[in-house]
Design a protein around this ligand. Sequence first.
Ligand SMILES: Nc1ncnc2c1ncn2[C@@H]1O[C@H](COP(=O)(O)OP(=O)(O)OP(=O)(O)O)[C@@H](O)[C@H]1O
Length: 277
Amino acid sequence: MSAIRVRGLRKAYGGVAAVDGVDLDIAVGEVFALLGPNGAGKSTTVEILEGHRKRDAGEVEVLGGDPGRASAAWRGRIGIVLQSATDAAELTVREAVRHFAGYYPDPRDPDEVIELVGLTGKAGARAGRLSGGQRRRLDVALGIIGRPELVFLDEPTTGFDPEARRQFWSLIRLLAGEGTTILLTTHYLDEAEALADRVAVIAGGRIVAEGSPKTLGGRATAEATVRWVGADGPQVRRTADPQNLIVELSRHEELAELTVARPTLEDVYLDLIGERA
Ligand SMILES: Nc1ncnc2c1ncn2[C@@H]1O[C@H](COP(=O)(O)OP(=O)(O)OP(=O)(O)O)[C@@H](O)[C@H]1O
């Protein structure tokens, strides 16, 4: 079953296309990452799916409804973490989370959510006094407090320190394990690789590639780079069949410091984006 189904989505600003014919299918329970350079159309797409922006054309179905005509009940099933930071500066973290919990019929426990985003030590601090990364964690807390079926996360870990990012990844895995559908945008390819079942790359308002992080853009079948240090010093070979090459080479010499590398997700991503430039 689809949580999100999009066909021919279009949106232009002042005659300039920002989203130019996007199709998307995201299954219930899937973690889906939308990747793409600045200005590619990620936020515009996500904001249309959230019901925060009007589309010019196309069919959009999110949890069985049209976000352009969203009811309060529909909104209650969705969690949103926007790119812009929370405007709850005068409230403490605990007050803000409790306040937002009151909007939903079956919220999570506020203290549990504060713990999940790693803000327990700051629960009594005013939101306006938090650091950038801490405020972002509060945004995430407010996005999940309502126990949403579907969560939109627009660049959720921007400004997070490495430990906070790992903690956030655990949180996403926990939500995914509970069956929550997650659509996130990110510029961190390691994040997409760690979290997403599927990714789509958007450039110039169009989807240019889609697949699992392992297979995107032919990644799984691309030539491997084999490196080793032999009798004549460091060696490099590219091959589609590294196993055979290694068996063959090892008949003749010892392969010290042997490594086999396929293109990284970042390599594939940059190629895909480069093709559009
Ligand atoms: N409110 C707006 N008015 C006019 N143009 C806009 C508006 N919002 C976005 N755009 C333009 O639409 C295009 C897509 O923007 P969008 O914010 O969707 O990109 P993005 O992929 O989310 O980028 P980023 O990675 O920088 O967040 C850009 O060229 C942007 O300048």
